[in-house]
Structures are given as C-alpha cells and as structure tokens.
Design a protein around this ligand. Structure first.
Ligand code: TYD
Ligand code: MG
Length: 471
C-alpha cells in the first residue's frame, strides 16, 4: 500500500508547501497552514465526473442555442459589470467585506431574476427569520420561482439543486460550505476549492448560472475569495466606500471588460442603482476650495467620473518622507511628488504626504496623475486651486503631460458637472478637432505640454517662487 503524502495549504491564499511553515511565503500570513493528506497516486479522488474523456476537434464542439447568450439580469448596473448581462453557464464570484451588502444585492437580484426563471438561494449563514426579515425590508414577496434552502453541507446543497432544478443558483456564502470528502475543517482553502469545484461542475454541464458570495477575510483564519478567483468566469468585488455609496468592480471577466464599475447607494430598502454617476464623487462645496483639492476626470470601466482628490503634506518626522494613500497606488503618488520636486523645484522629499479620494473610490487609471499633481502642489504651497477646476492627464518622469484617451467624453462629463476650468495636454489634439465643441467645452479649457506650464497657468499670479518656504 502506498503511503499518504502530507501537504500544507495556506488557508489565506491557497499556497501549497510540502513542509509546515510558520509564515506563508506567498501572502505572509502567520500560522495559516493546515495539513492536508493527499492519498498516494492511484487512489486520488477526482473532482466531478471521472469518466474517461477524449480530445476533440473544433468541429465536434457544438454550441447549443443558449450558450454565450446574455440574459438581462433586470438590474442595469449588474448587467454593466457582467459585460452586458448574465452569460448562460457562467460562474460569478462576489467578494467583499462582511456587512458591505453582498447578501442584499444578491437577494435583490434573485427577486428580479425569479420573475423570469427559477432561482434557488442557498443560505448557509443566515437563519430563516433573518432571510425573511431582509426580504420584507427589500419588499420581496413570495414567488414560487424563488426558493430558499438552508444548509451548509455540500451533499444537501447539490441534492437541493438537482431536486429543484433552478436556472440560477446563489450560494451565500461559499465559506460556510463543507464536505467531509475535502478533509480539514470548514472555511479552509481546501474545503473552499473542493466545494466550489463540485458546484461549478454542475453548472458547467448545463446552462445554469452560479453566483458565489465570498467574504474578504482578515489574514489566516478563513480562506478568502482569492483562493477561488481562478476557478470562476467573473470576479466582482464590492469596494469599500466611505458613505452609503457601494461600488461593485469587475476584476476578472471572461465575458466582458475588467475594471467596469457598478454604482449603488445603500438605503433603507436595499441598494438603489445610481445610473448617472458622473458627479457622485464630487463634494457639494460652495465657494473657494481649501488648498490641496483638485478634481480628476477619470475614465474607469466605460464611464467618466469626476472625483475629488484631496491631499495634505506635513513635515516628516526625522526627515524621512512617507506616503499614505490607499485609494491611489502610493508608489504612483511618490513618483508624482518626485516629478514635481524635480521639475518645479518645490520640495516634497522632507514631507509626509496624505492622499485621499472623496467618496472612497479606488482609482487605477493613469489619467488621475495630473489632478493628483495639482492637488499636491496646492497642498504644499497652501494656495487653493480655483473652484470647479478639473484635470486629466498622465504625468511622465520627464515632467511632460501625456495624453489619455476619451478626451471628448471627459470634457463632456466635466461640463455636465459644472466644471469651468479643465486642464489637459495639447498632445490630445482636442482643440484641433473640427467638431463643434462649444456646447461641451467648459468655459476655460487649457492645454499644456508639461507640468510647469500647467502649474503656472493654474496658479497664475499667485504662483510663488519654487523655493518658497511653506508651512
Ligand atoms: P448585507 O447584505 O447583510 O452584507 P454582507 O452580506 O455583505 O455581509 O448588508 C448588511 C448591511 O447593510 C447592514 O449593515 C444593514 C445594511 N442594510 C441597509 O442599510 N439597508 C437595507 O435595506 C439592508 C437589507 C441592509
Ligand atoms: Mg451576507
């Protein structure tokens, strides 16, 4: 008889080691390894169907009528992040911190979908009473095509699916699922992978859609959604937002583009979709801006958002400068500060730099560079930007402003949000276009090729000598 092999799986990220380690080399979590015995080869249980399969040529693969068909989810913002609707046979993972609204949005979706098809909502986390209370709050009434099932063991769950035969299945949450086949305790990476794979196998053999809810967890104790991202078609994350705003971002999508955003507002009766969100991230400030503020016209997903970038600089203790920015990558902020220091002469290398994005949106687009640079310059000099000023452009290490796409769209959104000064780069060629932009261009549309020109233009007469002692 062959001996069982031991392996150790990190519960946080799924990394596998063949010896126990106190700290995971991949995700750096402490005490996160769980021993998992793998039967020696020949006795290993395979996931799903164990039938022998032969390779096939493309001509042998037939597309059924329903495959790749997109179905309207009934919620525009969900359609948007999924890439146009729910694809038949697709598996969608919805991750987010506890309490952000995953169960709420999925119950709302379940309710809308059940008007057309059979939906099964499997809750391993909440009691019948809790589900009923939420349904009442969301105004969801009984519908024979919307059923709930309360269980955590995988066999009961798969049994319920084959008995009820739903078109859409929602699992809330995958971390509560358990199968004795997968060894270790519930919530570990091996349990999570095993249970999800079994469910995915069911869906992939038909045209059902599967939604898996997963909590983003603090390191160590329970495996997080990252463990199963590679197994699913689409990964959506609820980004944390500071107020009642909820941002759903597609970080992986086999059927659409990534970084598409869905916007919602959490209210007394569930999540309301925000359909024209251009100015959802702007503060309703009257009068002059305080120093350190600039609006960026960013293009995330397929839409333009006007977002307020806030920054603050304070002398660094011990002269060692640090950057605190969790909405915009802090290495990008460091680079912008270095470019400003080099090309305008204003010193940032002895400052602690804080950058925030009002409304809590995480910005990945490079077009935010110029607005971040102006906000930093304003914070460091204490000179406010004129109110209603927005900017878009990428800052290169040489101090040049590089063009960013969708200039027309950005300007149009800026004008619609009442922006009166818009800064970008001449390299966009926006002015040379023959289209009549008189209706869409903000009152003052300024272009320049490098950061110095733009700073001179923005801060005009107030522009201080670069060596000015500030703070
Ligand atoms: P929930 O969907 O349970 O979060 P998750 O499943 O991600 O853990 O949402 C819980 C929070 O949302 C809770 O703080 C209450 C709030 N909420 C509302 O504000 N309005 C509502 O209509 C509902 C249903 C919840
Ligand atoms: Mg929940």
């Amino acid at each position: 008889m062959k001996k069982e092999k031991s392996r150790f799986i990190c519960d946080n990220c799924g990394h596998v080691e063949f010896k126990w380690a106190g700290r995971c080399p991949a995700c750096l979590a402490w005490n996160s390894f769980t021993e998992n015995n793998v039967p020696a080869s020949g006795t290993k249980k395979t996931h799903g169907s164990s039938k022998l399969k032969n390779p096939v040529s493309l001509s042998e693969i037939s597309l059924s009528a329903g495959s790749m068909m997109r179905e309207d989810s009934g919620m525009d913002e969900i359609n948007r992040v999924l890439g146009g609707g729910i694809t038949a046979g697709s598996v969608v993972l919805i991750g987010g911190e506890p309490g952000i609204g995953k169960s709420t949005i999925m119950m709302q979706l379940a309710s809308v979908l059940s008007l057309k098809k059979k939906v099964l909502y499997i809750s391993g986390e909440e009691s019948r009473a809790q589900i009923k209370l939420r349904a009442d709050r969301l105004g969801i009434t009984a519908n024979p095509d919307l059923a709930f099932f309360f269980a955590t063991d995988l066999d009961s769950v798969t049994g319920a699916i084959s008995k009820y035969n739903p078109s859409s299945i929602i699992i809330d949450s995958v971390q509560t699922l358990f199968s004795p086949e997968a060894g270790s305790v519930p919530g570990t990476a091996s349990q999570l992978k095993y249970c999800c794979q079994e469910l995915i196998d069911i869906v992939k053999s038909g045209e059902n859609s599967l939604f898996l809810i997963a909590h983003v967890t603090k390191e160590g104790i329970i495996a997080g959604p990252k463990t199963i991202e590679h197994m699913v078609d689409t990964v959506l994350y609820f980004e944390h937002s500071e107020n009642d705003m909820r941002i759903l971002r597609a970080v992986k999508n086999r059927f659409g583009s990534v970084d598409e955003l869905g916007l919602f507002r959490m209210g007394g009766s569930g999540l309301q979709q925000i359909s024209s969100p251009e100015n959802a991230f702007m503060s309703s400030r009257e009068g002059e801006n305080p120093p350190g503020i600039c609006i960026a016209a960013v293009h995330e997903g397929s839409r333009v958002f006007l977002v307020e970038i806030q920054s603050l600089t304070v002398p660094a203790k011990g002269g060692i400068s640090r950057v605190f920015s969790d909405r915009i990558d802090s290495s990008r902020i460091s680079r912008i500060a270095a470019v400003l220091e080099k090309h305008t002469g204003l010193r940032f290398s002895d400052q602690d730099i804080y950058v925030n994005v009002a409304g809590g949106m995480r910005i990945k687009e490079v077009g935010v560079d110029l607005a971040a640079a102006l906000a930093l310059y304003s914070a460091r000099t204490g000179i406010p930007l004129p109110s209603k000023t927005a900017a878009a452009g990428e800052l290169s290490l040489t101090g040049e402003i590089r063009p960013v796409p969708f200039t027309e769209k950005r300007i149009k959104a800026a004008a619609a949000c009442g922006i009166s000064n818009y800064y970008s780069t001449a390299a966009n060629g926006a002015h040379s276009k023959s289209t009549d932009r008189s209706e869409t261009v903000p009152r003052s549309f300024k272009e320049a090729d490098n950061i110095n020109q733009i700073i001179k233009s923005v801060f005009s007469k107030k522009h201080p000598p670069a060596t000015a002692k500030t703070i």
